[in-house]
Design a protein around this ligand. Structure first.
Ligand code: BMA
Length: 339
C-alpha cells in the first residue's frame, strides 16, 4: 500500500518495468528506449518533446514532429500500449471557434491535459515571437483553438488537471525570443480560459548547478493527497552549451504557487547515448506523464537530444521519498509569489 495516494483514475495498462536491481536513481529508464526513433513518418525527421494521455482504453499522443523543412508541428498518434505508436500523417487541423482552419505557423513542445471531459493541448507557437497556443477537443477529430492566453514571449505552459478554488490554473515560463538565458516558473488563473490574471511566481532557477540558468514546467502536475507533484526541466550553461535535466518538486494543493518540497538533485539527467547525442546534445525534456492511482506507478515521457522520445518510470512513493530526502527550499519557493 503506497504512502502517498495519486488522485487520478486507475490505469491498469500503464506501461511499466520494475526498477533494475543495480539502479540507485529514483527514476529509471525503459530498457527499449528510445521508444520513438528517427524518421518516424514520411515528412517528419524527428519526434521529441511530446505528451500522451489515456483515451477510451487506449492512448492518444500529441507529438512534436520536426518536418524536413525544419519547422515543427503537432501530430496526433494512437497506441494500444503507450509504447508503440501509429501517427496521423497530417498535422493536427486546428480551427478557430467558427470552425475555419487556423493553423499556427509552427508549434512545438505540446502538453495535454483533461479537465471535466475536455482535452486541452498547449504548445509554443509564433505570436509575433515565441508564445503559448492552446486548443481544446472532445473527440480528437476537431481541435478548436482558444484565445492565446499570454503575451509574448512565453514557453512551457501546462494546465493543472482540475480547477483550483474555482479557477483554471496554468503554469508558464516567460522568456525571450531566442535561446533564453533566464527563466522562472509562474502561475496564472482564469475563470473562463480566456482572461488570465492573478499571476504568481512559483519557483525560480536555483543555485544548484544543474538548474542555474532556467527552469520550465514539464507534464501537467500530478495530484496526490499531499500536494501536486511537478516534474520540470532545469538547465545549466556549460562551456559546450546548455544541458537539460529533469527535476521534481511538490506544490501546495490549494495554493500551488507555494512550493512545499523541492529536490536539490536532478532526478534524471543526460547519460545515455540517445540523450547525449543527437540534433541538440544533452537534452532530457519531460512533457508527458501517465499515472496509475491503484499502484502509484508513474510513466514519464521525455524528449531526448531533440531527436527521440524516451520513457522512464518511478512510483509516487519512490519519487516522494527522494524529493524529501534531498529537500531544499529557498524563500522564493515558499512565499505566495506576489509582490
Ligand atoms: C528549448 C526548447 C525545447 C528544446 C530545448 C533544447 O528552448 O526549444 O524544445 O528541446 O530548447 O534544444
Amino acid at each position: 500500500m503506497e504512502k502517498i495516494k495519486i488522485k487520478s483514475s486507475p490505469l491498469p495498462n500503464i506501461p511499466w518495468q520494475t526498477k533494475p536491481k543495480n539502479c540507485s536513481a529514483p527514476v529509471w529508464r525503459y530498457s527499449e528506449n528510445p521508444i520513438i526513433k528517427r524518421n518516424p513518418m514520411p515528412n517528419v525527421a524527428r519526434i521529441f518533446n511530446s505528451a500522451v494521455i489515456p483515451y477510451n482504453d487506449e492512448f492518444i499522443g500529441v507529438f512534436r514532429g520536426e518536418q524536413r523543412d525544419g519547422i515543427s508541428h503537432i501530430y496526433l498518434g494512437h497506441s494500444k500500449d503507450a509504447v508503440n505508436w501509429e501517427y496521423d500523417t497530417e498535422k493536427i487541423p486546428f480551427t478557430d471557434e467558427n470552425g475555419s482552419s487556423f493553423m499556427p505557423r509552427y508549434a512545438y513542445d505540446p502538453r495535454i491535459v483533461m479537465i471535466d471531459d475536455t482535452y486541452y493541448i498547449m504548445w509554443c507557437q509564433d505570436f509575433y515571437g515565441a508564445s503559448i497556443g492552446i486548443a481544446k477537443t472532445n473527440d480528437f477529430k476537431t481541435f478548436t483553438r482558444l484565445e492565446n492566453p499570454f503575451l509574448p514571449y512565453n514557453r512551457n505552459a501546462v494546465l493543472f488537471p482540475r480547477k483550483i478554488n474555482g479557477r483554471y490554473v496554468m503554469l508558464s515560463r516567460p522568456c525571450d525570443n531566442g535561446h533564453t538565458a533566464f527563466g522562472d516558473i509562474f502561475l496564472s488563473e482564469s475563470c473562463d480560459m480566456e482572461f488570465w490574471g492573478r499571476h504568481r511566481h512559483v519557483m525560480g532557477r536555483s543555485e544548484k548547478w544543474w538548474e542555474t540558468l532556467k527552469i520550465g514546467a514539464g507534464p501537467a502536475p500530478i495530484e496526490t493527497d499531499k500536494g501536486w507533484l511537478l516534474f520540470y526541466h532545469g538547465v545549466v550553461n556549460t562551456c559546450n552549451g546548455y544541458v537539460y535535466s529533469i527535476g521534481a518538486a511538490i506544490l501546495d494543493l490549494d495554493e500551488p504557487s507555494k512550493v512545499l518540497h523541492r529536490c536539490s538533485n536532478y532526478v534524471l539527467a543526460p547519460e545515455m547515448p540517445y540523450e547525449e547525442q543527437g540534433f541538440v546534445p544533452n537534452v532530457c525534456f519531460p512533457c508527458g506523464a501517465l499515472t496509475d492511482s491503484e499502484t502509484g506507478r508513474i510513466a514519464l515521457y521525455y524528449g531526448c537530444a531533440d531527436s527521440y522520445v524516451g520513457l522512464a518510470f518511478t512510483t509516487i512513493d519512490e519519487i516522494w521519498d527522494y524529493i524529501l530526502k534531498y529537500d531544499s527550499l529557498s524563500l522564493t519557493d515558499t512565499e505566495e509569489g506576489r509582490r
